[in-house]
Design a protein around this ligand. Structure first.
Ligand code: NOJ
Length: 593
């Protein structure tokens, strides 16, 4: 029995979430675009991963200016993906297997094709203030805010003869959350989806919904973010949304919150916060960016550890972390933080070990579990994503752009572009990786001949098999609720830490034969070598070497560990120490509860 109080537990703390980008997952009808029937065919595959929930990227009706993050109808499924009965079948098939379904909620903005925007631009009375409109001169945008995708955050609308705000693409106008009718419409829509039996929402850029009144300029060296990131009324809005529609602890509410600090995060997810379950912070996936995300440096491990440890400690007693290195907006983790050539499999396993053994809820992005890598984009015609296309255009075509040709920016595009995450899921060594019988909307990574599910399934040493072991490892309360402590913070190649869980003394079972009154504890030691060279690690003096029991490793390990652990390139090891009261650590897997 572990010392985790019942009111501390939540299904989503103990869960692993698998993220599906449906457009690139599986195409059932040969039109080159992944769809819901294709995903339904793969539900058994997802179930085999032993994950607890699926987060589905947007499948709503959309003109696809930003691959579905531009929604034209929140209550309809886009034809390209199928229809509502397909979605219902997906929900049921997941639920039958005990897998929950989390939907993407994109309410900072809609598509300009949404009927709300269409009415708003015609100034239909109750919709006139649904968006941020400013009636200044046509050649004078209201302020200097910049769009995340490059260029000004304002566009002129000829019909209304006014400027409207779009923090993303011009086809993604921002909703005006200061208008209570907007908020009510959003809450109604959320309640409607909840009534359809979903298990939670992942909330797109939810910390951008409140904009400073009067739209002040950002000033020198600012894109204006200080006036809309964690804006003045954001906690009022998010708190209200939780009270109105999410006041059920069984519903997972994950906020996507770029630019939050640990203190900000507590205001969203802490005990006295707005009531979100957890959030995606960005520090550990942006610290390598230069002035722009496309001039990123090699990530420095010491800094990476410092950031992750800060978040582990910062939310340890108040709030909850999400654990991710990949998603549909990030380059592939093996290419960015690992070695996607000589040590692709090893480093993929090592990075998976990290995201499954820190404190928080792991999110696994499709393809991560087979070690998918960044892709080559030989010409700019191969690019699909609005952000990367805008970047290439501004770098190469603009008069003040810094590049002469695509070749000059290709390396940056291949390192950081979002299309890396969106190439088709690699199912098999068949045409287009087995993703489609037609022409895929984006080319498959040519390494699908080697890196694919079919191969991984047949190979006992594959990343896929290892991910199943990771899922089993997390059945321990220790790895969900244990306290985190960073070891060797300044070591340039080693990421090492412990997780420690106090255990209740259980007199009846006789397992409390602890000579002292000290609470019994169990502990995990995680040691990860982030380098192509071998290295060694000294087991800390407060751990007995005799008691170290290997729980998982991605390489050959000596049967009896010495005080010095020698690790080969990209080697990952997880040791458990038996509880001090003499019972085995296995006694507290959750399946036993
Ligand atoms: C964050 C989403 O993850 C990203 O894909 C999208 O482009 C922006 N928000 C805008 O919705």
């Amino acid at each position: 029995m572990s010392g985790v109080a019942d009111d501390e537990r939540a299904w989503w703390k103990e869960a692993t979430v698998y993220q599906v980008y449906p457009k690139s997952f599986d195409d059932s009808d040969g039109d080159g675009v992944g769809d819901l029937p294709g995903l339904i065919d793969r539900v058994d595959y997802i179930d085999e991963l032993d994950v607890d929930a699926v987060w589905l990227n947007p499948v709503y009706e959309s003109p696809q200016a930003d691959n579905g993050y531009d929604i034209a109808d929140y209550r309809a499924i886009d034809d390209a993906y199928g229809d509502m009965s397909d979605w219902e079948q997906l929900r049921d098939e997941l639920h039958e297997r005990g897998v929950r379904l989390i939907m993407d909620l994109v309410v900072n903005h809609t598509s300009d094709e949404h009927e709300w925007f269409q009415r708003s631009r015609r100034e239909v009375r109750e919709y006139a203030d649904y968006y941020h409109w400013v009636e200044s001169e046509p050649d004078e945008p209201p302020n200097d805010w910049e769009s995340v995708f490059g260029g000004p955050a304002w566009s002129w609308d000829d019909e209304r003869e006014a400027w409207y705000l779009h923090l993303f693409d011009e086809k993604q106008p921002d909703l005006n959350w200061a208008n209570p009718d907007v908020r009510e419409s959003v809450y109604d829509m959320m309640a409607w989806w909840l009534s359809k039996g979903i298990d939670g929402f992942r909330m797109d850029v939810i910390n951008l919904v409140s904009k400073a009144e009067g739209y002040p300029d950002g000033g020198p060296d600012s894109d204006g973010a200080e006036h809309f990131m964690n804006g003045p009324r954001v906690h009022e809005y998010v708190g209200e949304m939780v009270d109105e529609v999410l006041d059920d602890e069984a519903v997972l509410a994950v906020g996507e919150t770029p630019g939050v600090s640990v203190d900000d995060a507590r205001r969203y997810v802490g005990e006295d916060g707005d009531g979100l379950s957890l959030l995606f912070q960005f520090e550990h996936v942006t610290f390598d960016h230069g002035e722009h995300k496309f001039d990123a440096d090699e990530p420095d491990l010491v800094e990476f550890k410092e950031i992750l440890a800060k978040w582990q400690d910062g939310l340890a007693d108040d709030g909850w972390n999400s654990l991710y290195l990949n998603n549909h907006d990030q380059p592939r983790m093996v290419s960015r933080f690992g070695n996607d050539e000589a040590y692709r499999r090893k480093s993929a396993k090592l990075l998976g070990t990290l995201t499954h053994t820190l404190g928080g809820t792991p999110f696994v992005y499709q393809g991560e579990e087979i070690g998918m890598t960044n892709a080559p984009f030989e010409s700019r015609e191969d690019l699909r994503d609005v952000e990367v296309r805008n970047y290439v255009e501004s770098a190469v075509d603009d008069d003040d752009g810094h590049a002469d040709s695509y070749e000059d920016v290709r390396e940056a595009v291949e390192a950081m572009g979002r299309d890396n995450a969106r190439t088709p899921m690699q199912w098999a060594d068949d045409d287009h990786a087995g993703f489609t019988d037609g022409e895929p909307w984006i080319d498959a990574n040519p390494n699908y001949t080697e890196v694919n599910v079919e191969r991984a399934r047949a190979d006992p040493d594959s990343v896929l098999q290892y991910y199943r072991d990771l899922a089993a490892l997390r059945d321990r309360d220790l790895l969900v609720y244990g306290d985190f402590e960073l070891l060797v913070p300044d070591h340039p190649n080693l990421f090492a830490y412990t997780r420690t869980l106090a255990r209740e003394r259980d007199d009846e079972s006789g397992t409390a034969a602890n000579a002292t009154d000290a609470p019994a504890r169990e502990r995990a030691l995680v040691v990860l070598n982030f380098d192509d060279e071998p290295t060694s690690f000294e087991v800390p003096p407060d751990m007995t070497v005799d008691g170290l029991e290997l729980a998982l490793a991605n390489g050959e390990v000596p049967a009896v560990p010495g005080r010095t652990l020698d690790l080969g390139p990209w080697e990952a090891r997880v040791y458990l120490t038996p509880a001090l009261d003499g019972s085995t650590t296995d006694a507290t897997t959750r399946t036993d509860r």
